[in-house]
Design a protein around this ligand. Structure first.
Ligand SMILES: Nc1ncnc2c1ncn2[C@@H]1O[C@H](COP(=O)(O)OP(=O)(O)O)[C@@H](O)[C@H]1O
Ligand SMILES: O=C(OP(=O)(O)O)[C@H](O)COP(=O)(O)O
Length: 398
């Protein structure tokens, strides 16, 4: 990769290296439920530490709206990070200012310090230059290893690279190399599967994605929003109703681009969002006013199975249902199984990514069978669109 500096180009011994990581990991009952992102980040941190750097880890965690709160504190991932790097990681109560500086000053070269959630400051998402400078003031060098957050032009992913010598971390390098190898010239037909809960932030990319793929299968809250936009009553389901106009525009774009849009035929609905909740299968237009579509139903699984049989390449981000609570994992498990089987038989190239998607595929027991699993979801889809991701662009050699 000649376009970027990597860790090989940095002299890190005795330096303080700021590493932008993506520790936005799936959580259940206050514990990290999937450590993939942490495990893939760990080699970068241990390499820098072994080379004699003080390693300062920066990350966002969740989407806090009103400043600091315990649920979105990166303290929640400190133990998992320490376990992954095989050493006790120190913690700084803030990502800028005196508290951050004190935490960094308190450790020796070779140590790793995790700073508090960058999104506890509103300036982070505004990519405020003064805030980026405050972050940069904490270190000598900047390494971005958060490919999965590289689609965000935020102070810690983009801004800080303007003020320090910058390089790509090992995970960033590996993701770009693997995705380029797998998907530079994808064999057609290409099918995209998009589900999950992040609706408004992923709608923009769908408008471009439908121009690049031959089929787009929707599940999760994304499918509910599109069905609502078509006039279907989705009851109490996860749905961003104010996105209906944008969903309709994407449907038009898909039609014009000859991209076949595949919406669920049926759902498994329940009145409660909890494991084992009483549930029933209903047609897509049969959701009761007090019911939530928590998974795609068996007819949808069959329909997607038939459609995906015609694909040569599948890209996937976002589970088709609330896979964390059984039995609402069945649709995701079944479709993941079909994709994995065809990949193993050699008829399909499959690439999936996203914090929760990785967790869902591991839960389905098919993680090893996909051609490539990225730690990134939205960033991977934006990369696939051919977009210059701000976090990657900022690392390009000047
Ligand atoms: N029908 C649904 N109703 C509520 N939540 C859903 C539904 N389908 C999927 N989800 C939720 O979507 C979340 C994952 O979405 P998202 O963050 O977009 O995926 P990723 O992290 O892989 O990019 C999961 O926590 C899952 O429970
Ligand atoms: O989990 C992430 O993205 P993903 O859900 O697309 O995998 C990244 O940490 C980005 O998080 P954000 O979508 O809140 O900016």
């Amino acid at each position: 990769m000649t376009e970027f500096n990597t860790i090989d180009d940095l002299d890190v011994n005795g330096k303080t290296v700021l590493v932008r990581a993506d520790l936005n990991v799936p959580m259940q009952d206050g514990k990290v439920s999937d450590t993939t992102r942490i495990d893939r980040l760990a080699p970068t941190l241990t390499e820098l530490a072994k080379k004699g750097a003080k390693v300062v880890v920066l990350s966002h965690f969740g989407r806090p709206k009103n400043g600091p709160d315990a649920k979105n504190s990166l303290r929640n991932v400190l133990d998992a990070l320490s376990a992954a790097v095989g050493q006790t990681v120190a913690f700084g109560e803030d990502c800028v200012g005196d508290k951050a500086k004190a935490a960094i000053d308190g450790v020796q070269p070779g140590a790793i310090v995790l700073l508090e959630n960058t999104r506890f400051h509103a300036e982070e998402e505004k990519n405020d230059p003064a805030f980026a400078k405050q972050i940069a003031a904490l270190g000598d060098l900047y390494v971005n290893d958060a490919f999965s957050a590289a689609h965000r032009a935020h102070a810690s992913t983009e801004g800080v690279a303007q003020y320090l010598p910058a390089a790509a971390g090992r995970l960033m390098q590996a993701e770009l190399e693997a995705l380029t190898k797998a998907l530079e010239k994808p064999e057609r037909p290409v099918a995209a599967v998009v589900g999950g809960a992040k609706i408004s932030t992923k709608l923009d990319l769908l408008g471009n994605l439908v121009k690049k793929v031959d089929m787009l299968a929707l599940g999760g809250g994304m499918a509910n929003t599109f069905l609502y936009a078509q006039g279907v009553d989705v009851g109490a389901s996860l749905c961003e109703k104010d996105m209906a106009d944008q969903a309709r525009a994407i449907m038009e774009t898909a039609k014009a681009a000859n991209c076949e849009l595949l919406l669920p035929k049926d759902f498994i609905v329940a009145k409660e969002f909890k494991a084992g909740a009483a549930n029933r299968a209903v047609p897509a237009d049969g959701i009761g006013a007090d019911e939530m579509a928590l998974d795609v139903g068996p007819k949808t699984v069959e329909f997607l199975g038939l459609k995906l049989q015609g694909a040569k390449t599948v890209v996937w981000n976002g589970p088709l249902g609330a896979f964390e609570i059984q039995p609402f994992d069945a649709g995701t498990n079944a479709v993941a199984g079909l994709v994995a089987e065809r990949t193993s038989e050699g008829g399909l190239l499959s690439v999936a990514g996203g914090g929760d998607t990785v967790s869902a595929l591991a839960h389905a027991g098919v993680e090893e069978k996909f051609t490539y699993i990225s730690a990134a979801g939205g960033a991977f889809l934006e990369w696939l669109e051919g977009k210059d991701l701000p976090g990657v662009a900022a690392l390009k050699k000047k």
